[in-house]
Design a protein around this ligand. Structure first.
Ligand code: GSH
Length: 228
């Protein structure tokens, strides 16, 4: 068994972010999945009640951003996530926060409003669980995500407007990557990992937007470099 246990939902972009960080740093880890109705146990993992959560050396850390900082401090001899230069570090952290707090809601919107993407997300969320749990999982996920979107605001916008805004975000990422191999500085940072984790969930669930994302040549190249 590894030193680190990652408690996760396979479909969560924040859990994917932590997986990508652990792989980038070459840190071995085991996962505990909360697929199907096991999702009901997620609120018991921490006071916040969300995944990802990691366990390491008797400590439990919740929130992908806090986990990223913890891993950077705890494994100083692994590749850096945060640039050394303070200005670049600030920029990388801003990208990270933008991916987690803004781009995330587009990913959720595109999943909830495209029946094919939703079915794929439910399929992934039900892997390893009995078939009868699927309708319950679908009902729970839909209710949860629609509520999030309603209060955040995107859920009350016309889908054509949300899609246009999402494309504008893609264009901005493409613009930056047309000038530089990585989002900040000259090597992969937390900025690239956080943005790729959100786009990765769109890519693996939405046929329509997978094409739109990967038709942007600089994003496609940058994404491939991170995923192999
Ligand atoms: N800011 C948190 C967000 C985590 C998050 O929203 N996780 C979702 C899965 S994608 C979750 O656990 N939702 C369960 C809930 O809100 O009850 C992070 O970066 O870890």
């Amino acid at each position: 068994m590894s030193d680190i246990i990652l408690h996760q939902w396979e479909i969560s972009p924040f859990c994917q972010k932590v997986s990508r960080i652990l792989k980038f740093k070459g840190i071995s880890y085991d996962t505990v999945n909360y697929n199907g109705i096991l999702g009901a146990k997620v609120p018991l993992l921490s006071k916040v009640g969300k995944v990802p959560v990691i366990d390491h050396n008797g400590q439990r850390i919740q929130d992908s951003t806090r986990i990223a900082r913890y891993l950077e401090e705890t494994y100083p001899n692994t590749p850096r996530l945060y640039p050394e230069d303070p200005n670049q570090k600030a920029l990388a952290e801003l990208w990270e926060d933008w991916a987690d707090e803004a781009l995330y809601f587009y990913e959720v919107y595109l999943r909830v409003n495209d029946p094919e993407a939703l079915d794929e997300a439910i399929r992934i969320s039900s892997i390893g669980r009995p078939a009868y749990e699927k309708p319950m999982v679908k009902g729970f996920i839909l209710a949860e995500l629609k509520t999030q979107l309603f209060f955040q605001g995107l859920g009350r916008m016309k889908s054509e407007n949300v899609e246009t805004e999402f494309r504008r975000h893609l264009d901005r990422i493409e613009q930056v990557l047309s000038q530089s191999e990585w989002l900040v500085g000259d090597s992969l940072t937390i900025a690239d990992i956080a943005v790729a984790a959100q786009l990765g969930e769109v890519i693996r669930t939405s046929k329509k937007f997978r094409k739109e994302i990967l038709d942007r040549p600089f994003i496609a190249l940058w994404y491939k470099k991170q995923t192999g």
